[in-house]
Design a protein around this ligand. Structure first.
Ligand code: HCB
Length: 216
């Protein structure tokens, strides 16, 4: 099977909620010598994008999305340990990763956390639906360290919460002690500039590359 056929299989098993097929395709990808990152970025993620589009068009419903997410999860359980094998020895700082309050979309957040970890960050993963108070408390706890905040929001509503996070940092006098990167499907360069965060990234590999640069 060619690389493109394997990527199509990864994509299609996500779209059709084929849980066992998706896990099998992830194993096939590794056996064929494909990098875990290419399998995720070129196969699973495009599959999820199609699922989202079909949901919006009313062609798929919430239970379908949940099953697609489960299919992707199964494949990620095979692929994530491979990503972690590329971990660099150099420490560039501590990344506090989280999904904004009110938002439980965790797939992209987990991927970003893994890629930051692989690229030299110590990871403090606060998980999903995280309140600003928790973020502020964690920053205070880590005082003196080089800190990156890496927040995700997948909905336009939760994206608005990123503005509140920036305000909370200002109010607590902590803005200058952290670098802030926000991402997720609705987050744009324009939005990040507007709320005076430091950066955004379209995918987990870019997130890691940009984050390392921010810490220098
Ligand atoms: Co969900 N959902 N969903 N959903 N969902 C979206 C996000 C919509 C866009 C679908 C649509 O309408 N087209 C939509 C949001 C609309 C909007 O506000 N603009 C939506 C909605 C409305 C909802 C519910 C409200 C549905 C309902 O209940 N009626 C509900 C919300 C629950 C809540 O959060 N309170 C809901 C629920 C779900 C689940 C639970 C079924 C499931 C999540 C399962 C899970 O995470 N365990 C789900 C999913 C899977 C999606 C879609 C289909 C895929 C998201 C995903 O995992 N993408 C999504 C459609 C879409 O995004 N196009 C849909 C794959 C990952 C790899 O990409 O973009 O998350 P990513 O992350 C990238 C990238 O953004 C970047 O790197 C990542 C990796 O490459 N990045 C960062 C991410 N974070 C970063 C942080 C940084 O600092 C830097 C870069």
């Amino acid at each position: 099977m060619s690389d493109q056929e394997i990527l199509n299989k990864l994509r299609d098993t996500v779209v059709t909620q084929d849980i066992s097929g998706c896990t099998a395709a992830a194993k096939e990808a590794l056996e064929a010598g494909m990098s875990a990152f290419d399998a995720i970025n070129g196969g699973l993620s495009p599959g999820m994008k199609i699922v989202g589009d079909k949901y919006e068009l009313g062609e798929l419903y919430l239970p379908h999305i949940m099953m697609s997410a489960k299919a992707m999860d199964g494949a990620m359980a095979i692929l994530a340990p491979e990503l972690e094998k590329d971990k660099t020895g150099e420490n560039v700082g501590t990344a506090i990763t989280f999904v904004q309050q009110g938002d439980i979309h965790e797939i992209g957040h987990r991927l970003v956390s893994i890629m930051l970890g692989v690229n030299g960050f110590d990871i403090v993963d606060l998980g999903v639906d995280v309140q600003n108070e928790r973020i502020i408390a964690e920053i205070k706890e880590l005082k003196g360290k080089k800190i990156l905040l890496a927040g995700s929001a997948l909905m336009t509503t939760s994206m608005m919460g990123q503005k509140d996070t920036m305000e909370a940092l200002e109010n607590e006098g902590l803005r200058d002690s952290v670098k802030v990167m926000f991402g997720g499907a609705p987050v744009s360069e324009k939005w990040v500039k507007e709320i005076k965060a430091d950066a955004t990234a379209r995918n987990a590999a870019d997130a890691a590359r940009i984050a390392v640069k921010l810490m220098k």
